[in-house]
Design a binder for this molecule. Structure first.
Ligand SMILES: NC(=O)c1ccc[n+]([C@@H]2O[C@H](COP(=O)([O-])OP(=O)(O)OC[C@H]3O[C@@H](n4cnc5c(N)ncnc54)[C@H](O)[C@@H]3O)[C@@H](O)[C@H]2O)c1
Length: 256
């Protein structure tokens, strides 16, 4: 029987999710990679990179804010790989918009992906891990905006504060099952999320987002592998004692 662990990573077609998949593929782990419909080509590309490291991976297209999708992703993973040990609920969306212009539709969209999506991933993963009885590692995507509200990102900030609350509460309920729950709180990471068509005019990838969010001019963005390295720690044996935490990786942009 295979001793490989099994991980689900959402939002794995690009950016931080892709970097996590490639980093975790250094370990004996098989993967289910999820992203929205329309990104199957990008997902296949990540599958190939993971397979090149000797791992197995399947990809699924679907929306994390739909309960049936999350349930099916966990069921399919168990069917193909025999279990689930690691859930990385990474998928998220952002919105740079003044608070006074933010609509009810914007609110529901952000909350359904960033909060409901993460909640469903935590819940279905935890149920499966409890059934297996061998513990597990659950990781969510919060943000620096989940520690300190950010200019022009009011509802995004609210959604990432919610992930922090979810992480704290679920870690306490799941501790007795040897399941840890933590989240990462990235600062300014150079991914497609922070791309804008005018970036070249202002200094490259992320420069428009940086201005919109009132970030300090001297702050450099980092590549997504800085988050992948933290996730690699959170799934390591010695991280069994780290739970309920939302961990800053932000170049000192915000200090707890
Ligand atoms: N990049 C940053 O500076 C930064 C900072 C703080 C937090 N984060 C968080 O980290 C996570 C990853 O960010 P990123 O920078 O890689 O973003 P990204 O936009 O580059 O990638 C996010 C991926 O999630 C997918 N996704 C979006 N909605 C989805 C849905 N409903 N179902 C399934 N997949 C969905 C997208 O298609 C995309 O491929 C997000 O939760 C984000 O909020 C990013």
């Amino acid at each position: 029987m295979s001793t490989a662990r099994v991980a689900i990573i959402t939002g794995a077609a690009q950016g931080i999710g892709e970097a996590i998949a490639i980093r975790l593929a250094n370990e004996d782990i098989n993967f289910t990679l999820l992203d929205v419909k329309g990104k199957e080509g990008q997902l296949e590309n990540v599958v190939k990179q993971v397979e090149a490291k000797g791992r197995k991976a399947i990809c699924i297209a679907g929306d994390v804010s739909v309960e049936e999708v999350v349930k099916n992703v966990v069921d399919k993973t168990v069917e193909v790989f025999g279990g689930l040990d690691i859930m990385v609920a990474n998928a998220g969306i952002t919105l740079f918009k003044p608070f006074l212009e933010t609509t009810v539709e914007d609110f529901h969209k952000l909350m359904s992906v960033n909060v409901l999506g993460v909640t469903l991933c935590f819940q279905y993963a935890a149920r499966q891990m409890i059934k297996q009885g061998r513990g597990g590692r659950i990781i969510g995507a919060s943000s620096g905006a989940g520690k300190q509200g950010i200019h022009n990102m009011a509802v995004y900030s609210a959604s990432k504060f919610a992930v922090r609350g979810l992480t704290q509460a679920t870690s306490s309920e799941l501790r007795k099952h040897n399941i840890t729950v933590n989240s990462y709180a990235p600062g300014f990471i150079l991914t497609p999320m922070n791309a804008h068509p005018d970036d070249d005019k202002y200094g490259g990838l992320g420069s428009v987002a940086k201005m919109a969010a009132n970030m300090p001019a001297d702050l450099q963005g980092a590549e997504p592998d800085v988050i992948a390295g933290l996730v690699a720690y959170l799934i390591s044996p010695e991280a069994h004692f780290t739970t309920g935490q939302t961990i800053n990786v932000n170049g000192g942009l915000y200090c707890d």
